[in-house]
Write a protein that binds this ligand. Structure first.
Ligand code: ADP
Ligand code: MG
Ligand code: ZN
Length: 619
């Protein structure tokens, strides 16, 4: 029997005891009173039984009179034991004596056991609650065990030689250059202190999730050949007050002993969240204590002692300003999503050990994966390898990669049957998106359209793959994108003459773009080149903005009018395009309905074959 089985037996014994207690409690609290009620008779009936001489034996308590019938009467009346509530009756004893029944009094003394239980029973719910909370906390404590949490060195904090090198990190060459200095310093701190040069104590890596911040920190330690001490801010959530602070203190204590080292605080936003932004009521003492400890540790040792603190976050905007003050994390390094070249490197790194078929072109994969993070790309390589295994391929093929990309983009494909009418509508909707994209020159080419429902709940999707990374979009390009977004709704309108709920996400995205065109990019004459929003900070998806509070209601109304005009014009354009290419729309929808997927090439072919007008569409 292995350990896990043993634990299960231990637990089921506990559950058994609890179940026993519960059964007993139910019996004592509900069933016994129920039985008593069942056999309860009016006092008058008791007197009647007594006078007619049916009663054999009577037992008197304060609360009840229990009596049993004589043998012969017992036959005709079941059950044989009855009880009644005594009334004020001074003659009772005389009557009993007259009737000649055996009678006795009974003291209502509880046994020791009953007394004990009557005390313990009310505690049971609390005990259960405690028991379950306890277990949860043990799990939350990462297995350290709730008993050992008080001891701050419960989990031995030791540095680790990571062995990760910069060659394992792709597409972050510029960032690596910035870190070179720190590596030099860690290799030989004396050289720096001799010349009086001071390095920043803390380096904050900022960037979207999955871009390799953690990896980069580990590689920095690996390159410098120094121990890597790390904690993650999220470890501190759901812990007892004081533990986080103790852990931070220990971490620095241990780290200083082994300097030069890197101390890495991952997801620092979990502890370093601005004290102001944490909800008014839910001020988290634990977080605050941990943060304060971290701040005082950072202030507490001198630079050049050979401890470099690195931290990572994807939400720099929520960080407490105190963390960013000089002498703390005063150097910030942006870790961005990889460019095409970077994606190529990352794909190469992660497919090093993977046998690739000859048709696999990493260049092409890098090309069509704009916007993917390093973690996404690692995920794609892994998915592709899994698919290859499932299809019994000896090597991973380009088809495996294509499918893997779709999975990562659209979530896992799920089997779900749709009613034919719904499926038809979805086919036209997605066909509309795709055809508008195909017909407009300034939009990203369609890679694939699918009406296979995704795990994330979309009924279909149109996958457009940018040819190159986009840094700048013109007004015309934005308008065309809007037309593509409204193409699904337009197709439904053109073909069915009504609209459906399927376009709400499209409308959300379209409205967002329209709003930004008006308020941020100054793209309308009506409102001019004025910015009507203020930055609410930097999110990892770009700047987060809010409409300025000082704009007049009239201006706000005009913004709404302009947004509406822009979206309506885009829809009108989509409707016009689809009406003019109705044959192509029907054909795309037909193929989609039958095959459920259609490639960008096929859409291109259909559009050309069915084109009414050979000249390019005016935009
Ligand atoms: P972050 O900390 O920024 O969220 P991670 O460093 O945890 O990202 O990245 C998760 C995984 O994704 C890494 O372990 C690695 O396998 C892969 N990865 C991410 N970025 C890169 C990159 N630039 N080069 C190579 N692999 C990467
Ligand atoms: Mg990370
Ligand atoms: Zn849509």
């Amino acid at each position: 029997m292995d350990k896990r089985q043993q634990r299960r037996v231990g637990f089921s014994l506990g559950y058994f005891l609890i179940a026993l207690l519960i059964v007993w409690a139910i019996q004592a609290l509900f069933i016994q009173p129920f039985v008593v009620r069942q056999t309860e008779v009016p006092y008058s009936r008791f007197l009647e039984d007594l006078e007619t001489g049916k009663i054999d034996e009577v037992s008197l308590t304060d609360a009840r009179i229990l009596y049993t019938l004589k043998q012969e009467d017992e036959e005709e009346r079941l059950p044989s034991t009855y009880n009644t509530v005594p009334v004020e009756d001074p003659d009772l004893v005389q009557r009993l004596a007259d009737a000649g029944v055996i009678f006795s009094g009974e003291a209502l003394e509880q046994s020791f056991f009953e007394t004990l239980l009557s005390w313990l029973l009310p505690l049971l719910p609390f005990a259960l609650l405690y028991f379950f909370l306890f277990r949860r906390m043990m799990q939350a404590g990462g297995g350290a065990g709730v008993m050992s949490i008080g001891k701050s060195n419960a989990r031995e904090i030791t540095g680790e030689m990571t062995g990760v090198k910069f060659k394992d990190v792709g597409g972050l060459d510029e960032v690596e250059v910035e870190l070179k200095e720190i590596i030099e310093f860690l290799k030989d701190p004396q050289r720096f202190s001799r010349l009086g040069a001071k390095l920043p104590k803390g380096v904050l890596l900022v960037g979207p999730p999955g871009t390799g911040k953690t990896l980069l920190a580990r590689a920095t330690a690996g390159e410098a050949g120094v121990p890597f001490f790390s904690i993650s801010g999220s470890d501190f959530v759901e812990m007892f007050v004081g533990v986080g602070a103790a852990r931070v203190r220990d971490l620095f204590e241990q780290a200083k002993k082994r300097a030069p080292v890197i101390v890495f605080i991952d997801e620092v936003d979990a502890i370093g969240q601005s004290r102001a932004t944490v909800g008014a009521i839910a001020t988290n003492d634990e977080r605050e204590q941990t943060l304060n400890q971290l701040l005082s540790e950072m202030d507490g040792f001198e630079a050049n002692k050979g401890v470099v603190i690195m931290a990572a976050t994807n939400r720099p905007e929520v960080l407490d300003k105190a963390l960013l003050r000089p002498g703390r994390f005063d150097r910030q390094i942006q870790v961005t999503l990889p460019t095409e070249k970077g994606r190529r490197q990352i794909l190469a790194i992660h497919s090093q050990e993977t046998p690739l078929a000859d048709d696999v072109a990493l260049d092409r994969l890098a090309q069509i994966t704009a916007g993917f993070s390093g973690a996404d790309l690692a995920n794609i390589v892994n998915e592709a390898a899994l698919l290859a295994v499932r299809h019994d391929h000896l090597k991973v093929t380009m088809d495996d990669f294509d499918l893997a990309i779709e999975r990562v983009v659209a979530g896992l494909q799920r089997k779900m049957t749709l009613k034919p009418e719904v499926k038809k509508r979805v086919a036209y909707h997605e066909g509309g998106h795709a055809l508008v994209a195909q017909l407009l020159p300034g939009t990203d080419p369609v890679h694939k359209v699918s009406i296979i429902p995704t795990a994330k709940g979309a009924l279909g999707y149109t996958l457009q793959m940018p040819e190159e990374d986009t840094y700048l979009l013109s007004k015309a390009e934005l308008e065309q994108r809007l037309a593509v977004m409204l193409g699904g709704r337009a197709a439904e309108w053109v073909v069915f003459g009504d609209r459906s709920t399927g376009a709400s996400n499209d409308l959300e995205r379209a409205s967002d773009i329209a709003r930004r065109m008006v308020t941020e990019f100054g793209m309308t004459d009506a409102l001019g080149p004025v910015r009507y929003v203020t930055d609410a900070g930097m999110g990892y998806l770009g700047a987060v903005s809010q409409v300025r509070s000082d704009i007049s209601p009239e201006t706000a109304e005009r913004i709404n009018e302009e947004m509406r005009r822009i979206v309506e014009e885009a829809e009108a354009q989509a409707v016009k395009l689809l009406t003019g290419n109705l044959d192509a729309l029907h054909e795309v929808a037909r193929v989609l309905y039958l095959e459920e997927v259609i490639s960008g090439d096929d859409i291109c072919r259909i559009a050309n074959e069915k084109a009414k007008s050979p000249e390019p569409v005016a935009v």
